[in-house]
Design a protein around this ligand. Structure first.
Ligand code: ATP
Length: 252
């Protein structure tokens, strides 16, 4: 990977997000500092993916804003969506899929130059996929697919990396390899934000956690965020929530 740009502070200002006027995340304030290693946790339906998508720019705010201090999301963020959202039937091989991470260098219609091809081979080697270059992505296992997506992220070389459930359905060895890659990214000064359900892993690896249940339950040191009281409150919030509620009474 090349030199790392300093990641911007990402500020969430009174952010309200939703679909068809039904809010999914309410009035969220907070800042993700440059170089942060932040976990986003919470029950199913808490709004974690929605929040990540709003930072990427896929979900537009119903109220408030995501602010990168002047930086452009496109040039700042690499995003790993949930595995279920990736179309594995698309006819593309492993090498070409990884090389898509170079699009910022080569543009949407450019070919991969020799230096780009070398970088793509190095990234595939770093995730243990040497020898799989010509294989169609639909013929990979779940763990191999996740390794490939990490290789593509490496090539994007972005200062901010957002990961939505990067380890679901992945075996221990692959998780270990991908965690090592994340540790390397952190050492390079990148900001990493990951949606995770494995609290033990979050406690071991992530110093900071946002516990979300449609609204912020706690944002701070992981041990405090994942206290039994906070986890119980998060569960209650989700159980009590009316999924069909319209925009809340507070002005959006
Ligand atoms: N495209 C969509 N259209 C309408 N509603 C949606 C859409 N995506 C998500 N929602 C709703 O928004 C709420 C938050 O969903 P989101 O996927 O952000 O939760 P999550 O915390 O990531 O959940 P999980 O842990 O189950 O992945 C849910 O009630 C969900 O049904």
């Amino acid at each position: 990977m090349g030199a790392v740009l300093t990641p911007p502070t990402i500020r969430l200002r009174d952010l309200t997000l939703g679909y068809d006027r039904h809010p999914a995340v309410h009035h969220l304030d907070g800042a993700i500092a440059p170089g942060a290693l932040l976990a986003i946790c919470g029950p199913n339906g808490a709004g974690k993916s929605t929040l990540i998508k709003s930072i990427v720019g896929i979900v537009k705010p119903m109220g408030g804003a995501v602010d990168f201090g002047g930086a452009r999301a496109r040039e700042t963020i690499a995003y790993l969506p949930q595995a279920a959202q990736i179309d594995l039937s698309f006819p593309i091989n492993v090498f070409d899929m990884a090389a898509m991470g170079l699009w910022r260098d080569i543009g949407p219609f450019g070919g991969v130059c020799a230096a780009g091809a070398r970088k793509a081979h190095e990234a595939l080697a770093a995730v243990g996929l040497t020898g799989f270059e010509r294989r169609q992505i639909g013929a990979l296992s779940g763990g191999q697919t996740q390794r490939l997506l990490f290789a593509r992220l490496m090539l994007q070389d972005a200062p901010v990396i957002l990961l939505d459930e990067p380890f679901s359905g992945i075996d221990e060895r692959t998780v270990g390899d991908l965690l090592a890659l994340m540790a390397r990214w952190r050492g390079e000064g990148r900001t990493i934000v990951a949606v995770l359900h494995d609290f033990d892993m979050v406690r071991r690896r992530f110093p900071e956690t946002l516990l979300l249940a449609r609204e912020k339950i706690y944002w701070g040191p992981t041990e405090a965020a994942l206290s039994p009281d906070n986890l119980a409150r998060a569960r209650q919030m989700i159980e009590a929530f009316d999924d069909q509620a319209q925009a809340c009474a507070r002005a959006l």
